[in-house]
Design a protein around this ligand. Structure first.
Ligand code: PEP
Ligand code: MN
Length: 344
């Protein structure tokens, strides 16, 4: 249920609603955008209080059947959410490029790749220290050693870092080394993990599960938002279909669909979506055209030697070429949008 307050509602009217919700055993999530105050309400049986809430001072409207992902929905927040990560913003009027190796392998590999990301136009550095591998015999990541290297590279190149967490027991200490926590496709519906990262105030990059619908994905974002963490970035990374030529099938329509349904920023991972270097450029450009707020792409200083995902890692030169092209397209599209807005 969503309670929409009247414009200019008084603080005591807002707290009156929160008190009523809490005394009925519910939870209230307040979104105050300056002009508009909206309160997301949930809890068992709370719907029965809708009439009472509607009668409270300062309440304009009570929406009794919002989508199940109410806090993630456009109904709750019609404006695009912009997530700040240090000096970098994701969402709104910027295009954000996250890049780096699939796995952190060594100091030399990470430092060289980080330099390539920074000089090649990347805004954030990614790298896995805990790797969800199909085979238990494949490289599993460097763990703590990798996290320390990632934090070191982030500091050396003054660039925020992103890394995946696989286990609820690791969330609090992993957060100390990273600026953004990634929840991978395989863990999208690991509800314990979602609840755990919902307790942190780190931005969460939530990848779409390879077998998940858009609605399931948004419900997973809701778990994090409901935990009190409002910084969620959605990432489309391809889904499983009957196609085998590509590693997954990039669901390009999921980008505008998720943005239509949700205020959260949406980025695309063309590396895991395609699994092929030759397809990363075209799908990245398609992502810009579809309205994505950014990309996360795998880059390695020496892809042939990569310990994971070597067929989908760009070289530094390929990466800087890609970032020039996607930024040019993004700029062109923004100019077109500005021109259209200027029409009488
Ligand atoms: C990754 O980003 O390295 C990764 C494992 O991605 P996904 O969870 O999308 O497969
Ligand atoms: Mn990978």
């Amino acid at each position: 249920m969503i309670v929409i307050m009247r414009d200019g509602a008084a603080v005591k009217e807002i707290s009156g609603v929160i008190r009523s919700v809490e005394s009925a055993g519910g939870q209230a999530h307040v979104l105050n955008s300056g002009q508009r105050v909206v309160i997301g309400v949930n809890g068992p049986g709370i719907e029965t209080t809708s009439k009472q809430l509607g009668a409270l001072a300062g309440v304009r409207e009570v929406v009794t059947s919002p989508p199940p992902f109410q806090l993630a929905s456009r109904l709750f927040n019609p404006d695009d959410t912009v997530i700040k990560v240090g000096k970098v913003a994701i969402g709104g009027g910027t295009f954000t490029i996250i890049a780096g190796p699939c796995s952190i392998e060594s100091e030399e590999q990470l430092m060289k790749t980080a330099e390539a990301v920074k000089t090649g136009g990347g805004d954030m550095l990614r790298g896995g220290a805990f790797k969800p591998r199909t085979s238990p015999y494949a490289f599993q990541g460097l763990g703590l050693k990798g996290l320390k290297l990632l934090a070191q590279a982030g500091q050396a190149f003054d660039i925020p870092v992103v890394t995946e967490v696989l286990d609820t027991r690791d969330v609090s200490w992993v957060s100390e080394y990273t600026d953004v926590i990634q929840i991978g496709a395989r863990n999208m519906q690991n509800f314990s993990l979602l609840k755990e990262v919902g307790k942190t105030n780190k931005p969460i990059l939530l990848k779409r599960g390879m077998l998940s619908t858009i609605e399931e994905w948004l419900n997973c974002a809701e778990y994090i938002l409901n935990g009190g963490n409002t910084h969620v970035i959605l990432c489309e990374r391809g889904i499983r279909t009957f196609e085998t030529y590509t590693r997954n099938t990039l669901d390009i329509s999921a980008v505008p669909a998720a943005k239509e349904l949700s205020h959260l920023p949406v980025i695309v991972d063309p590396s895991h979506a395609t699994g092929k270097i030759s397809l990363i450029g075209p799908t990245s450009l398609a992502s810009v055209a579809a309205g994505a707020n950014g990309l996360t792409v795998e880059v390695h200083c020496n892809p042939k030697e990569a310990l994971s995902d070597k067929d989908q890692a760009l070289t530094p030169a390929q990466f800087s070429d890609l970032s020039i092209k996607v930024r040019a397209l993004y700029k062109f599209m923004s100019t077109q949008a500005d021109n259209a807005n200027d029409q009488p």
